[in-house]
Design a protein around this ligand. Structure first.
Ligand SMILES: [Zn+2]
Ligand SMILES: [Zn+2]
Length: 137
C-alpha cells in the first residue's frame, strides 16, 4: 500500500486494499495464503508527519507441527505507524512495515489443537484420534 502525501486531506482519509501475499513476499515453505490480505488504513497528517492506524486481516494456512495436518489460523492485527515527512517526501510505502508486522505473528509451532499428541512413531497415524492401528499405544 502506497500513500501519496499530497492526497491526504487534513481531516484524514481511509484506504482499503486487498494485497496478494506474493506482493509482500510472505509465503514460506509451510505458511501459505489463499486470499489477498485485507489492509485498512486510517491515515492522517500533521505538518511534518503522517500517521496511519492499520488493520490487517488475513488467514494463514499451515501445518500442525506435531501431526502435519493442515490448519488455518486467523491473523487480525491493529498497528500504528508514524512517518516523518518533509516537502521532499511524496510517497510513503507502507508495505515493508506491514510485512514485518505480519511476520511477527507467524506461529513458531502451530498446532491443530493444544492437545495434539502427534503421530505414532510406528504406524504414522494420529495418536489423539485413536488413529493408531499398530497397537503400540
Ligand atoms: Zn496436530
Ligand atoms: Zn501406531
Amino acid at each position: 500500500m502506497k500513500i501519496y502525501v499530497n492526497q491526504i486531506p487534513f481531516e484524514g482519509v481511509t484506504f482499503e486494499e486487498g494485497m496478494p501475499a506474493s506482493e509482500l513476499d510472505l509465503e514460506t515453505e509451510i505458511i501459505k495464503f489463499r486470499e489477498p490480505i485485507k489492509i485498512k488504513a486510517d491515515v492522517s497528517r500533521i505538518t511534518n508527519a503522517v500517521s496511519a492506524h492499520i488493520k490487517i486481516n488475513t488467514v494463514l494456512y499451515t501445518i500442525c507441527s506435531r501431526c502435519l495436518e493442515q490448519i488455518k489460523i486467523d491473523l487480525n492485527k491493529e498497528i500504528d505507524l508514524n512517518y516523518p515527512v518533509d516537502k521532499s517526501v511524496q510517497v510513503i510505502d507502507l508495505n515493508p512495515d506491514i510485512r514485518e508486522e505480519i511476520l511477527l505473528d507467524y506461529p513458531i509451532k502451530p498446532l491443530c489443537n493444544p492437545n495434539c499428541e502427534g503421530l505414532c512413531p510406528k504406524c504414522g497415524n494420529k495418536l489423539s484420534e485413536g488413529g493408531c492401528t499398530c497397537g503400540s499405544t
